[in-house]
Design a protein around this ligand. Structure first.
Ligand code: SF4
Length: 196
């Protein structure tokens, strides 16, 4: 198998990252790393033009691994996975490097240290990206039924919610009647209604 071709995309996030990290220096550093065939910066990588930059580079440079150095993957990892898929490569060939919350935000005011840390994070991301493997996806039929063990108030509510969503629910409890602790209470705050 041929060596992976890695693309590195460093996001400014406006001044959120670029105000603390010298993003252009990170890009230059990344472009010289082993396996990297393309590196770029962009003010807002998650914007439509930013995503287009990635997709175009994948096609033009034959990239088969992508490193995005930006924010927490909690926000935009799905965005960039879609980007890869739309450009025709596995969405699992993405490596996300957080240089915002884990770097820029904690080293604001120390550009030299923040930039050095960003370079180290990106270098690690590139090495991880080169080792990524595809994760084949398959669709599996599942039986729309579920088992809930414990028929206290949480179990009963879960059973009702799942039932409303069309699931057949099996609710079991070790006791002879349902209700758990709730069934032992005479009244509940604040309405003084009967607990059951
Ligand atoms: S990808 Fe993340 S870091 Fe970049 S502009 Fe969007 S929110 Fe900001």
């Amino acid at each position: 198998m041929s060596d992976p071709k890695v693309g590195v995309f460093v996001c400014y996030c406006g001044a959120n990252i670029n105000g603390a990290v010298d993003c252009e220096a990170v890009k230059e550093f990344a472009s010289k790393l082993d396996g990297v065939v393309y590196a770029a910066t962009y003010p807002f990588m998650c914007s439509d033009p930013g995503q287009k930059l990635i997709k175009d580079a994948i096609k033009e440079y034959g990239l088969d691994r992508v490193v995005v150095a930006a924010c927490t993957p909690k926000i935009h990892e799905p965005t960039f996975r879609n980007c890869l898929a739309e450009a025709g490569i596995s969405p699992y060939y993405l490596e996300f490097v957080n240089i915002r919350e884990q770097d820029a935000f904690v080293h604001m005011g120390n550009v030299e240290a923040a930039t050095k840390k960003a370079m180290e994070l990106v270098a690690g991301g590139v090495e991880r990206a080169k080792r990524l493997e595809d994760v084949p996806q398959k669709v599996v039929e599942v039986d729309k039924s579920c088992l809930i063990i414990g028929a206290g108030i949480a179990g009963i509510q879960a059973a009702l919610d799942l039932g409303d969503q069309g699931y057949k629910v099996y609710l079991v409890d070790k006791e002879e009647s349902i209700g758990g602790r709730m069934a032992q209470l005479a009244k509940t705050f604040p309405t003084d209604d009967c607990a059951m």
